[in-house]
Design a protein around this ligand. Structure first.
Ligand SMILES: CC(C)(COP(=O)(O)OP(=O)(O)OC[C@H]1O[C@@H](n2cnc3c(N)ncnc32)[C@H](O)[C@@H]1OP(=O)(O)O)[C@@H](O)C(=O)NCCC(=O)NCCS
Length: 240
């Protein structure tokens, strides 16, 4: 009943329409960054990979993966990844499911397909952002093998977790029995201090009363370099 299909340049209008519908459905539209037609066209035209899920005649979900290549908007610039690696960077960009179809595993379906497709490309480093106010978005990224390792300001100064996952291999296995911390998604200063001290997010827990918290372990970025502190000026990233 659900069908996943890769998208092509002719699907620009479809994505622009869906992103408007998804954003207007949100209590906090600030968690969902709208993409410009130029950005979506670039991704549809070979500068990325885009997917949609249809249910009958209706398109109910989409996912965009973006390859920054030589373009300015490259999340790796907020990390110590050597610039020689930039051609191998992909962004796990927007994912969106119409409200009535959430919780049916559609994000999971598109993520699995995109990861499988990327394993046949030259892409080796995947970055993503999510608002700390979007526990479903954070959870979806963690489930796809991403880990938040830093807080940054993006898209006009909005606070975002910066996530990383190597591809096609996953993060190296975590040693058994290390220390674990749980920090609320709204405890920004505490999260910043933990990231600066080399902790990364490995899971999310939802609590009835206190909201969601990030489960954290000490774990350096797999490419071996520590990433210091928050929101470097000049790496804003700008509109997409
Ligand atoms: C985040 C989002 C893409 C997740 O899509 P989804 O197809 O509902 O996610 P999945 O069903 O694959 O999620 C996996 C799990 O999270 C749960 N879940 C995800 N989003 C949920 C929601 N909004 N409400 C309730 N449960 C949700 C699912 O039930 C599922 O649980 P399970 O592990 O018990 O099966 C979707 O909530 C969405 O479109 N949100 C608005 C746009 C957005 O925030 N995008 C992310 C930033 S770009």
């Amino acid at each position: 009943m659900f069908r996943l299909r890769p998208l092509a340049p002719a699907d620009l209008g479809l994505i622009l329409d869906l992103q408007e519908r998804v954003r207007s459905s949100l209590d906090d539209p600030g968690i969902f960054q709208l993409s410009t037609p130029e950005f979506v066209s670039y991704c549809l035209g070979g500068g990325g990979k885009c997917y949609a899920v249809t249910h009958g005649a209706e398109t109910v979900a989409y996912r965009i993966v973006y390859f920054p290549r030589g373009r300015d908007f490259n999340l790796a610039k907020d990390t110590p990844l050597p610039s020689a690696e930039y051609p191998y960077v992909g962004h796990w960009d927007t994912v969106a499911v119409l409200p009535e179809w959430r919780g049916h595993g559609l994000a999971r379906l598109m993520n699995a397909r995109a990861l499988a497709d990327l394993s046949e490309t030259e892409i080796r480093h995947l970055f993503a952002t999510s608002s700390p106010n979007n526990p479903h978005g954070v959870r979806s990224l963690l489930e796809t093998g991403f880990r938040p390792f830093r807080l940054v300001r993006k898209f006009g100064g909005r606070l975002r977790f910066l996530f990383y996952r190597p591809t096609p291999a996953d993060w190296p296995a975590m040693p058994d029995g290390g220390d674990e911390r749980h920090i609320g998604l709204d405890a920004v200063s505490e999260l910043e201090r933990a990231f600066d001290a080399g902790w990364t997010g490995t899971g999310i827990e939802h609590h009835e009363r206190d909201g969601a918290s990030l489960r954290m372990r000490r774990c350096p970025l797999p490419y071996g370099i520590r990433c210091e502190s928050i929101a470097t000026p000049g790496t804003e990233g700008g509109p997409r």
